[in-house]
Structure formats: C-alpha cells, structure tokens
Design a protein. Sequence first.
Lengths: 505, 329
Amino acid sequence: MTHPSDTGPAPVVALKGISKSFGAVRALRDVSLELFPGEVHALAGENGAGKSTLIKTLAGVHRPDAGHVLLDGEPVVFHGPGDARDAGIAVIYQEPTLFPDLSIAENIFMGRQPRRALGRIDHKATHAATLALMQRLGVELDPDRPARGLSIADQQIVEIAKALSFDARVLIMDEPTAALTGSEVARLFGVVRTLQEQGAAVLFISHRLEEIFQICRRVTTLRDGAWIASELLDGMTEDDLVRRMVGRDLDELYPKQDVRPGEVALSVRRLTREGVFTDVSFEVRRGEIVGLAGLVGAGRTEVARAVFGIDRWDGGEVSVDGRKLTNGAPSTAMAAGLALVPEDRRAQGLVMDMSIERNIGLTGLRTTVKAGLMDRGAERSRSLDWAVKLQVKYARIADTVSTLSGGNQQKVVLAKWLATQPKVLIVDEPTRGIDVGTKSEVHRLLSQLAADGVAVLMISSDLPEVLGMADRVLVMHEGRLTAEIPRSDATEETVMAAATGRAAA
Amino acid sequence: MPESLTRAIRWDTVVGALLIVVLLLSFGFVDGFGNALNLSFLIGNTLPIALIALPMTLLVVSGEIDLSVASTAGLSGAVMGALWNQGMTIETIIPLCLLLGVVCGLINGLLVTKLGLPSLAVTIGTLAAYRGIAQIVLGSDAVTDFPSQYLDFAAGRIGDTFIPYAFLPFLVLLAIAVVALHATPFGRSVFAIGASEEAARFAGIRVKRQKLILFTVTGLMASLTGVFWALHYASARYDNATGLELSVVAAVLLGGIDFDGGKGTLGGAIAGVFLLGALQNVMSLQDVSAQSQIVVTGVLLVLSVLGPRVARQISVARAGRRAASTPTS
C-alpha cells in the first residue's frame, strides 16, 4: 500500500503524519491524506476510526500533536476554524444549523451582507449574489425564502453556497446523504460534480458504500485511528473496502432468514390523518419483516407515529393481536405489545442526559416495580441484560448515553424496546448514520426477532436494506399506500416506481 | 479519577456543605442565633418556603414552574378568614381551603397541558388573578381570632426544644416527596419529562397527565401553606405570603434544581430552602431591613442559576478527561 503518485497537479491541502491524542486515547496515529483539485475523495472507516478527528483537524478545530497540515505544499497552523475557513476549507455537516427565521440569502451572508450608504443592508445585492451562487450550483432555490421549513437537503445546499461565498476550495462533506432521499442524493451529487469540474477538492464521508463508488475517485481508509490505505476506487469492490474498514471479512450484510409467517399481529385498517396520510391499510404477521418504503415526506413516519399513538388519527383503526388500540395513547399501545424505535434517536429515542441504565429502564416503569416503588435491582439487571445481549459498548452502565457512539446509542434504543418483549416492533430508519459493522448487527438482530415470532415493520430510506431484509415491501407515495410488492418482485425499479407515483405495481 | 471525586462537586452537596458552614458561623458569631427559641423561629418562618418547595422541586424538575403559589396561599388564607367571619367551624374551613388550592392548581395545569401555554406566562397571570380574588373576598380586613389550640400548634414548639410542632408533619411530607421523586416510577417519569419531553412521550410516559398531577399537588400544598401562614402569624389577610414565590424559586434553584428541568435532588432543594431561611434569620437578627433582605434573595436567585452550571461544567470537564483515559471502543 503506497501513497498515490498518479497525479499531475499538487495537492490543495494535505495532512502529513498527523497524530492526535485525547488523554490516553490515540484518535489519530501517523495519518496522511492528500486532496487534489477537482477530485472527490472518500474517507472511509467505522465509527470511532478517527474520521471526525481528521475532519476537525482539517477544519482547524483540533490542533495535531504531531505532523503537519500543508496548504498548497506549505505547512500551516490553524489556530481555529476561522483560519481554516480563510484558507478555503469548508465543512458541510450532516445536519446544518441555519437561522430558521432568516432568509436563505441572509443565512449565506450572515454578518457580512453587502452594505449601502449609512450601513444599511443592501438586500438587492445580497439577493443577486445568492442567486449567482445558486446558478453556479445548478440549483433553484428562492434566496428570499426563510430557512424554516427547508428540507435537510436544501439546507445543505445553502451551506454549500455559503462555503462557496467564502471562496472555499476544499469542501468536507460529513455524511451529507444520511438524511436524504434517493432523488435528493442525486441532486447533491450533481452539485458535487459541478464543484469538482470547477476545480474544488471534495472530501466525502458516507456509510453508504455504493455512494462512495458512485461519486468518488479515490478513497482513504482509517481503522482505529491508523491510516490503512489511500487508493483508487477503480477496480475495488465493496467487499474490498469493507475488509479495509473492519480488518476482517464481514458476515453477510443482510442475513435474512426465511420464516413462515404466522398469525396477523398488527392490523391497520383505513387509517387516516387529515392532510398527512389517507386510507392506509396493511397487516404484519408474526415472523414477517415488512418494509415500508417511500420518499421522505410520503407519510411513512407519520403512519408509524399514529399507529403507536404519538399523533392522533382522524379515522380508521389499529389493532395488535386483535386488540383495538386507543387513539393517541402510546401507553396502551405499549401495553398491547407494540414498540416503536423512532426515527430521531437523539430527540425521540433517548433522553440524552440520562444513563444507559435509566434509558433502558424507561420502558420498564410498570414492570420493575415492587410495592409501588422502583425495584432498582430489577431495573439494573433488566438494563444490563439487554445492553449485554445487544453488545452495547460502554464503560459503565451508569454513564450517560450521550457518551456513546451513534451505533451504540441506536443499540440502546433497541435494547430499551426489546426489553418490553414486544409482539410488534416498528423500526424507523434503524441504521441511519451508523457504521457498517453495527448495521449488519442490527440486521441480524431484526432477522432473529422475526424468526422468534415478532412482527417487524421496517421503515427505511435505504433501498438495499429494504430489499435485503423485507419479506414484503409496502410503498407509500404522497400519503397513500401505492403498492405492496412481494420479496420476489421487489427491485429498486419497482419500489422507486411506486414511491415516485410513476406506476402502480 | 475515582467516581467519589466527581460526585463530591455535585451542586447539591455543595449547598449542603454551605448550609452547615453558615450554621456553624452563625452559632459562633451571631448574637442570639444559637438559642432554641431563635432556632424554632428560624424553622417556623422557613416552613412556608419549605412546604411549597416540595412540590415546586418536582415541578421544576419536570421542566415547568408555578409562580402563582404565593397568591394561592394568600387566597386560601383570605377565604379561611372570610368563612371564619361567616361563623363556619375551622374543621370545615380547612378542607374547603385545601380543595380551593386543588382547583387553583388544576386551573394552572389545564391551561398548561390542554392549551399548551408556557407555565411561566400562565402562572404570572394566575399570580395576579388569585391575589385579586383574595382581595375581593376579604378586602382589607385582618382576621385574627382563630381558635387558640390551632394558633398554638402553628406557632408553638415542643417544650423548650428548637423544634416547632409543625415541623413534624413537614418531615412526613418531606419523606413522601423524597420517595415520590427519587424512588417511584412517577419520579422517574418526572425526570425523563424534564430532560426530554419528546423522548418521554416516545417511551409511553403520559406527559400531560403527570404534569397535571404536579400542578394540582402544587396548588394543594400552596393552600396548605396559606392555612399554616394565617395560623402561624395569627392573621388572615389578602396580602399574606406576598412575594413568597421568589423565595421558593430562589431556594429550589439554589438547591441545584436545573431551571431547564431534568436535574436535581430534593435533598439539595431542602438544603437550599434552609440556607435561605438561615440567611434571612441572621439578617433579621442583624437588623437588616426587609427590603434589603429581598435584594439578597434576588441576588441569591441569580447566583443559584449560575452556580450549578459552573459546577456541572467542572464535573463534565473532569468526566471528559476520565472518559478520555478509559477507551471504550
């Protein structure tokens, strides 16, 4: 494995022999990376491999303990993110933070708007400059629109435009596609290609390997803080890349077991929530994994929320094992044997400031009780049990969940719900933003649950995941169920056709 | 770093230590502080704050607040006086006053949970409204002629000790509150709601119901305090307990209850209450004017919001260093 020397121009920015430690943890050990103008370069590695530290070093957030950052071949020291930005390095995070009440243009030029006489803000010039940026990106967004209500995809575009307005030559994109739908990813890639043609260097991070192969030319792999390889993607396979990342062959990513479906466990009849979804009916049987596909905004999450009782429905009914659920009452849904692993684990799945033990314990407030008081021994052993079963990596069960990596947080959410021993498990984007190793663990777990007779409804925007795991695929489009596709007929084409409303399958 | 060290700088422990220091200094240096009679006054005068602080602690942990408590106390005292003037027996009057407190709390709770209004705004409104009703009910009268056995109970102490009679039922209520917050599923859900209402809802916790219960109990305790106040000071007036909410909130926050909810212990809150009570007592002994005492309470309120945050930042920094020295993956 050697550093590449197949290049004409000099690298815009390079890291040479970077090491960085936090206490006793060596986050980066002698890592090197070169970014050339006009290249999209992937940074691959599992959670905890050191990707974030590397990005933060490039962005001027961390100062390396050893090694150099080279800008146009010259060593530089960034004293803060401002230095890196002035040097033309911009980071686009997974979830942008815009000011919701300001317009797109104001967000882009925050604090440095063009001025007119007497220091008044020149709205016309701001508008025009924003429009020019959008044209450069080949995107249509109204500069005067407030940031509130923009999709995450659009917010990222605004962040990219903002980076361009700072004359960024290096764009670091940290899992930009994690929360995007297929068509949004396609648009983002269009923007990335445009930037590439204009000579920018892009460092691209994604857990979705197929995206890396789709958009990137070279890849640098990190494992446990160490540089493993920088190489051309051409000629590599996904398996090669996974082997570099995890250091071993990974078991099959979609270990779906064949299970003969049993009784109907979850039955949803003509469920309607006005203006959100209409007339949705489906069943999930014991032992089945049913995928629920569709574009973001199609109403999948909303159906799950209503079924579980977070939102009220306006019509229809839901029953678990033949027992009708009360409208808008999660506690009765839980008592009936329903569990929901929500989409947003940080806001909905976990109380971030609470310990692992207490988070898992939250679903046991009715069971780990003795004479009306919490049975702490029972609570702890229940939490420990499930944390161990799901192989959550933690130092102490009393540590707050915010100290865990994303993948381990997701395992805590799963543990919390599996501890209720549900008959029906709804998982909403169960593997979003978690590394490939944990992802395959989650898949094996779901498969095992189904084999044990749990009815699983899996909402996912990750099509390969839906196709790999589901016995049947339900597809929603604009608030309606548009197709039900058996496993044998489910392909990216049939699912996408139904999801975009192009055809009724 | 050993866990005991990071624990040691928890804010509630700091306040407990501070309380002990203030008591020791006062015993040593403040004339007239250490005798049993003064100590019984200290406790008796602090009991109204302490009584309301019990439910207020749970309410603030859940992320809400009730600023109308002093007005509810005043209203229930005023109603008590008015009904007494009507010739009703005290044994009938007191349950009616407590029921009134339940209604006051329920109104606050329904406005917050059913209409989704912020409790800060709702209870500033009812703060004014309940006090206004108190004035309509009793006017500028002062009712003082309650039965002497009740007055004696509310103002007296056990023999020559420093313990007021009323302190004993308070200890029972304190025990109930500690168990409710720290040892029951209800208490767990209160912490979860305060730390993340959305995550609590997704865990099947009935957030609105729990909040309604908390507001109602707070109203009940506020009216109980109103009854105690009128008997303790042998005077039922519409303006009884005016401004008491400031002391209660200051004491609770001083005790390390996070204003944003989700964090704190009842032990800390009660330490905060008696720290404030001791300071007020010492200031009175030193002839510090009532107005200046309010200034001190206000300053304490600000410091108490600041203090726990600083303490937590230090402990987070330490925990961060600790976590960094024990790799997990």
